[in-house]
Design a binder for this molecule. Structure first.
Ligand code: CA
Ligand code: CA
Ligand code: CA
Ligand code: CA
Length: 279
């Protein structure tokens, strides 16, 4: 088995699939090595900021983007007070150049993606209190935001194209339900019958080898991404964070879950079980 890079991309080539890729990817590599895998390239450099250290590259609320207008590097930071900050790199340090209006709740995550399918990337910002905002990636004006009372609480969000139309969908757990929301036409296209979901981490990938994607919720639910059937409800959580990797060479991605911020368990979703400690 060969792993080309520990930072992997989704089908659109966007590395946000695992926003916390660096440290977690390193852990995945060790897991793969323990199972006899081979590593083609070393782990990538740490977060490319002067003097930067620690877990910056794992934060869902911190992104580096390069302005297409000025060419300058900008740091986007969402804070717990409900504000988005933009810092621009100037002579080796950073300077705040913009601060948002109040987003009505702690900022839970930021995605950099073309959410409305116009070939330009936007910032997608969501808050714990049920709001999400699409912002212009250059001037940070709000292009659109959802109405205030649609959702009370969003516990997790992910962006992926899970159906036949070209645009991406927002996939999120709100008020206990899994919601699929069209990013271009801006409507809720599906919600789950289950009403007590508590996922704090979502991934999409073909984890049972049938050629179709599943939506994986870290609280143990597996849905067919396209037809949205509940395929499996594991009695066991898949961890606080998850990664997908084929670590046993059977051509099927395993779910690797991180528990207690460090310990890993590996799940064969096709076999509906956790891998045993020894073969
Ligand atoms: Ca766009
Ligand atoms: Ca779509
Ligand atoms: Ca599948
Ligand atoms: Ca496998």
């Amino acid at each position: 088995m060969t792993i080309a890079s520990p930072i992997w991309s989704d089908r659109a080539g966007i590395s946000r699939v695992c926003p916390n890729a660096h440290r977690f990817a390193t852990q995945l590599l060790f897991a793969a090595l323990a199972l006899g895998g081979a590593v083609a390239e070393p782990a990538p450099a740490a977060f490319p900021l002067p003097g930067a250290d620690g877990a910056l590259d794992e934060f869902d609320n911190l992104h580096l983007v390069q302005s297409k207008v000025t060419g300058k590097e900008r740091l986007i930071v969402g804070d717990i007070h409900g504000f988005l900050h933009v810092y621009e790199k100037r002579e080796g340090s950073y300077q705040e150049i913009w601060i948002s209006e109040y987003f009505e709740g702690p900022v839970s995550g930021i995605f950099v993606t073309d959410i409305n399918n116009d070939a330009l990337e936007e910032l997608v910002v969501y808050t714990e209190d049920g709001r999400f905002y699409f912002l212009d990636i250059e001037d940070y004006n709000t292009i659109w935001s959802n109405p205030p009372n649609d959702y009370e609480h969003i516990s997790s969000m992910y962006v992926y194209n899970v159906d036949d139309d070209a645009q991406e969908e927002l996939i999120f757990v709100a008020d206990g339900k899994l919601i699929i929301f069209d990013g271009q036409d801006r409507f809720e296209e599906w919600r789950s019958d289950e009403e007590s979901l508590q996922a704090t981490y979502i991934l999409v990938g073909d984890v049972d080898g049938d050629g179709a994607d599943e939506i994986i919720l870290n609280d143990g639910y597996i849905y067919d991404a396209r037809y949205r059937d509940l395929e499996w409800q594991s009695s066991q959580s898949f961890g606080q964070r998850m990664g997908l990797l084929d670590v046993d060479g059977d051509g099927i991605l395993e779910v690797i879950g991180e528990f207690g911020d460090r310990f890993l368990r590996i799940f064969d979703i096709d076999l509906r079980r956790m891998k045993s400690p020894r073969r």
